[in-house]
Structures are given as C-alpha cells and as structure tokens.
Design a protein around this ligand. Structure first.
Ligand code: GLU
Length: 313
C-alpha cells in the first residue's frame, strides 16, 4: 500500500485572497482529496505587521465559504518561532550562516519570493568579514543572517512544469534566513513546517518555482525530506497581466457579493482546464475526476466577467 498523501495550502494573509490564491487552494486540495489524502491549512503570518488579525480572519472565512474542510489543526507560523529557532541554530552549528549588515537585507525577508518581480542576487558583501569586523559592526547594528550557498546546481522535478535547474550561487546567491528584527525567513519556515507536518506534496503558484532550489538546499542541510512539487501556472487577465497585481479589485470578498460559491469554483475549475465549460460546481464534485497532470503549464486566462468589478469596492 502506498504511503498517505499529505498536502497543504499555505496562504500569506498580507492582503485579501484573490482568484490566483483560490485556484492554488483548489488544486492543492483536490490533488490530495482525489487520492484519499489529507490537506492541511497553514497560515504564513510570519511577519505579523504585514498580516494583521483582520486579514487572517477574512482569509479563514473566505476559505470556509468556498467549502474547504481542512485536516488537523490550522498551523500559524507566527506561533512557531521556537521551531524556526532550532533549525536556525542547526544551520549555525554547521557554519552555514553568517551575519549580514547590508541595508538591502530588509528587502529579502520573510515574504514569499513572488512579492518582488526582479531577481536580486546578493553580491556576497558580508560573506568574508573578519571576526573583529563583525564584532565591531554588531555593536552598531543588529544583523540579518544569510545562508552560505554553494556554487552548485539544484534541480526541481516538478509535476506540472517539468525539470527546473538553477545554480544557487547565481540565483539568488546567499539568501536571508533570519531578518535583523529576528523574524525568520519564508524559506526556512516553509521547509521546517512542511517536514514537521509530514507534507508529501506541495502544490503552489509557479512564481515560487525558481526559489524552490533554495528550499531543497535547506532540506538537505537540515536532513529533512523533499516533498513532491507541482507549481501551477499563474492566472492572467485578457491582456496577460498577472491577477495578483489587481487583487484588491477582485478579492474573494468582492467576488462573493456577485457570484455564488459554486460559480466561483466552477469558473476557476474551467480556467484550469478541469471542466470543459464554465458551470457552477462544488469542490466535492470535482474530486472523482481530478487529474493534476491535466493542468496546463502555461498561464491560465480568467473569464472576463470575473474581472469586471461592478461592486464599486
Ligand atoms: N505563502 C506563500 C504565498 O502565499 C505560499 C508558500 C508556499 O505554498 O510554499 O504565496
């Protein structure tokens, strides 16, 4: 008998859920449910200032409205600092992290990599500081901590996107694992959480594909298993513009004033190629015929009626 499939949906509630997040939730959920597995919910509220309680509550009620039923307790990253601390200490013991005093540090923080559009490669400025220099700087400024990455290629074998290889030294270079204000970085938290929850498959937006080798490298250092990955294409409008950029206008809260839950699910299922035409349907109805390999690799176009916000919000 094959081992149990455990998947998860891991939103960052720094804004309202939008159709791109929902599609991700739907595909992650169906992928495990179709194989009798468990689907967990993890709230990635590492950065409490960016993820206020009101947005967390809204996110939970939006998911509930759509009919998601999660297995196990909801995990909140904001409550798991001790676990991240342990992993960080392990990396320190391996001699794999170093303090970084660069002000750019604040840019590459606990957020998922999809928040910025341009690739930033850390030039290694603080990598070779002498111990005395580090000590002197410590007195003036709390450092962030970066992970020393090797000049080595890492390949992700993705169930939707195929094979993706990157050299960590070139993308993204030494990356931050702990911010100067002690907030742990997204990459570190995600690998610790996935491993502890026994996650066997990760279904998420393909804007994170290029950063996945960073997570695989962390898993290798920390002795954690690598789950299966499936990075789903992004939702775009008729002009090919990413929907995340217009998230406010088409948040689930605004969509649910205009469409029923079945219409929302049916429209997204159609956009992902799961059903042949737009028709109302439930998550349950999509489970029996679900096949992740049918999801296309390229951008998915959302029907225009979803994009015209007539609610005035
Ligand atoms: N929290 C990330 C986001 O909302 C997703 C992280 C993941 O699924 O690994 O974009």
């Amino acid at each position: 008998m094959s081992a149990k499939v455990i998947g998860r949906f891991a939103p960052t509630p720094s804004g309202f859920l939008h159709p791109g997040n929902l599609l991700c939730a739907i595909l992650a959920y169906l992928s495990v449910r179709a194989r009798g597995g468990q689907c967990l919910l993890r709230i990635e509220d590492l950065d409490k200032a960016r993820c206020p309680r009101t947005l967390v509550t809204q996110c939970l009620s939006d998911l509930d409205f759509l009919g998601f039923r999660w297995d196990g307790p909801i995990l909140y990253q904001s409550e798991r600092t001790a676990q991240y601390e342990r992993a960080f200490r392990h990396l320190q013991d391996l001699g794999q992290v170093y303090p970084c005093f660069c002000s750019r540090a604040q840019l590459h923080v606990s957020q998922a990599p999809n928040r910025g559009d341009t690739l930033y490669i850390y030039p290694g400025t603080c990598r070779f500081l002498a111990p005395a220099e580090v000590e002197a700087r410590m007195l003036l400024k709390a450092p962030a901590y970066r992970l020393r990455v090797p000049d080595q290629s890492i390949t992700v074998t993705d169930r939707i996107q195929g094979s993706f290889t990157t050299n960590l030294a070139e993308n993204p270079g030494d990356f931050i694992v702990r911010r100067a204000d002690h907030v742990y970085a997204y990459h570190l938290a995600v690998v610790v959480d996935d491993a502890e929850s026994g996650v066997t498959e990760v279904v998420r937006g393909c804007d994170i594909l290029s950063a996945t080798p960073c997570q695989i490298f962390l898993q290798q250092l920390l002795g954690l298993p690598t789950p299966e990955y499936a990075h789903i294409p992004l939702l775009v409008d008729a002009n090919g513009t990413r929907l995340a950029k217009r998230s406010q206008a088409i948040s689930l809260s605004s969509l649910s004033r205009r469409f029923s839950r079945e219409e929302i699910i049916g429209t997204l299922a159609f956009a992902a190629g799961l059903i042949p035409e737009v028709q109302p349907c439930t998550l349950e109805a999509l489970i029996p015929h679900f096949d992740l390999t049918r999801v296309p690799r390229t951008d998915l176009r959302l029907p225009t009626r979803f994009l015209t916000d007539s609610s005035g919000s």
